[in-house]
Design a protein around this ligand. Sequence first.
Ligand code: GDP
Ligand code: ZN
Length: 458
Amino acid sequence: MEQDTISAISTPIGEGAIAIVRLSGDEAFSIANRIFSGKDLEDVDSHTIHYGSLKDPKTNEKVEEVMVSVMRAPKTFTREDIIEINCHGGMVSVNRVLQLVLREGARLAEPGEFTKRAFLNGRIDLSQAEAVMDLIRSKTDRAMSVALKQMDGRLSHLIRTLRQELIETVAHVEVNIDYPEYDDVEEMTNTMLVEKASYVQKEIKKILQTAKQGKILREGIATAIIGRPNVGKSSLLNVLAHENKAIVTEIPGTTRDVIEEYVNVRGVPLRLIDTAGIRETEDIVEKIGVERSRQALQDADLILLVLNGSEEWTKEDEALFEAAKDLDVIVLINKTDLEQKIDMEAVKKAAGDFPIITTSLLEEQGIDRLEESIAETFFEGEIDSGDLTYVSNVRHIQLLEQAEKSLDDALEGIELDMPLDLVQIDITRTWELLGEIIGDNVNESLIDQLFSQFCLGK
Ligand code: GDP
Ligand code: ZN
C-alpha cells in the first residue's frame, strides 16, 4: 500500500527532557537522510539508534544534536518505515525539528493517525487501536495498565472466544435445520442453544460490569472535597497532590472555580474536586455553600467532608452530612493543632458509619490515616485490583449491550418455541456485534468460517 509519510511530535509537549518526532511512511528514511548528518540511514541495520546532528539543507545550519532510531518495515508499529528523532524536550527545539521534516515532504499526522495505520496495515485490531488511544489519554496509572492489557489483546481474545462459542452454536442449529427429521437432534440443539447463549450472555454481562470500573480507572474516582469556607479544603487538595496548584489563602472564599487534581493515593486513582468558590458573605453564605457542595456531590464517587475542629459544630456542617448521606463519605476533623471546640458527639452522630479522621493539614498530621482510609474504602468496595478485562470504551460498551440484548431475544425465542432459523438470526447478530468490537465483521466471513471449521456434509 502506497502511503504518504506522516510526522508528529509523539511525546507530550513541554514535558520531559527528551522529545520524539516520529515519521512513518515510504519517504521516512529519505526525508531523514536529507537532514541528518552522521551516516546514511538507508544503510544501517533496522532497529538501531544513531547519534548525529540535524542540518537545515537550505542554510546548511546545524539545528539540533539528535539520536535517530531507524525501524524498517514491516516489523514496526505501523508496519511502515519509521524514523524517530530524539531531540531536546523544549518546545522550540522540537518544533524546529518538526518544521524541518514537514518542509522536507512529510505531512503533519492527524491525531491517532499512526495508530490508524497500524490498524489498516493489519498490525493491530480495532479494540487494540482504541486501547492505544485510551493509553495516550489515560490519566492514572491503573487506567494505563488497563489500556496496556487491552492493547495486549486481552479484550480481543475474550471476544474471539465468545464468538467461537456462537459459531459452534450456529453450526449445530444448521445441522438441525438441515436434518429436521431427527428428533433427538432438535432436543440436543435446544438444550445446547440455551446453554451456550446463556453462557455467552453471562460473560458479556461480566465484561459490562467492568465498564463502570473502567471509567473510574480511566478518569479517576471523582472525589469531592466539601466543607464550609476556610475549613481546609484547598489545603487538603494540596497536601494530597503534594504540590501547590490550588490557591490556599487566609481570606475565606478566595479560591475560585472548581479546581481538579489527579492524584494517586496508594494505587487508587482520585480525581479531586475542590468545591471552591464558596463565598462567605454575610447573608447568603450558608445557602451558597451548601448549594455548591450539593452540585459537586451529584457527580462524586467519594466525598471528603472537612470540618473545622477549632470551631463550633454548625447547622451548615449538619446540612452537608444530610446532603452526602447516601454516598461514600470520609469525615475529616481538621485543625487539630488548634484548641478544639467542635462537639464530637454531634459529629459522631452525624457521621454514623463513616470513618472519622482527625488531621492538621497545616502540620501534615493524620495524612497517612486518611490515605489508608481512602484505600480501604476503595478496595473494600466492588472494585479490586485484579486481573479483570476492563472495558472502558463507549463504543465497546454499546456493542456489548446490544449483543447482550440480542442474546436475550434468542433465549426468548427458544422459550417461545420459535423456529430455529429465527433464533439463529439473533445469534448471528450477536456474533456480528461482537465482531465489530475487534473490527472484523462481515456476513460472508461468518459463513466462510462456519464452513471452514465445520464440515456439515453439504
Ligand atoms: P478552604 O476555604 O476550605 O479551602 O480552606 P483553606 O484550605 O483555604 O484553608 C483556610 C485557612 O486555614 C488557611 O489559612 C490554611 O492555612 C488554614 N489551615 C488549613 N488547615 C489547617 C490546620 O490543620 N491547622 C491550622 N491551624 N490552619 C489550617
Ligand atoms: Zn479553598
